[in-house]
Design a protein around this ligand. Sequence first.
Ligand code: HEC
Length: 183
Amino acid sequence: MRVRLRPVLFAGMLLSALLITTAHLLAGGGRGPSLPKSGVQRGLAISPVPLDLRGKNRSLVAQGSYIVNAQGGCNGCHTNPPFAPGGDPYQGQPEQINTAHFLAGGQQFGPITSANITPDEMGRPAMMTLDEFMMTMRTGREHDDPDEILQVMPWPYLAKMTDRDLHAVYEYLRAIPHAEPGP
Ligand code: HEC
């Protein structure tokens, strides 16, 4: 019996192409600048501290975690010290972030101290509303002291993020626990 292989192969190829496209669309490929599904999972997985997701947009928090923990390097300056004792990857040790003081500031850069950007008692990161946060990140100036320009903070680079990315960072900072600066 002659098996007609070609049409079967062709149908198979067509089906896989369709499945790949569908998977891509489901993963968020068609939804603009938000992270694909795997990025959301990665963002949530790499947060070194537990997150309070109540009343928050989960995928926005995840996107913010991805930016803060995989791209923005915020921990390196805003946690004092960035790594727990015995957990400093620069010393060849297995990484352990200093979760007790995560993003609570207090690192000294000459005369300048990094800010506490964890949420205050009202849940506002760095004691800022979203608008104030966006303005500071974009202009390097604080809303209550616009004459001062932040000198260490790499705001000229972070300022180039999209509105959604900056909002995501804010949403992530809203979800982390409040902490006090390390000694
Ligand atoms: C190179 C070190 C460094 C990095 C990286 C860094 N910051 Fe900062 N940041 C600082 C310092 C120091 C200050 C205090 C003000 C200054 O720079 O003069 C500050 C200030 C801030 C402020 C203003 C707080 C206030 O009360 O005025 C915010 C908000 C902030 N940082 C958020 C972030 C976020 C979010 C990231 C990561 C996406 C980040 N920073 C990365 C060093 C850094």
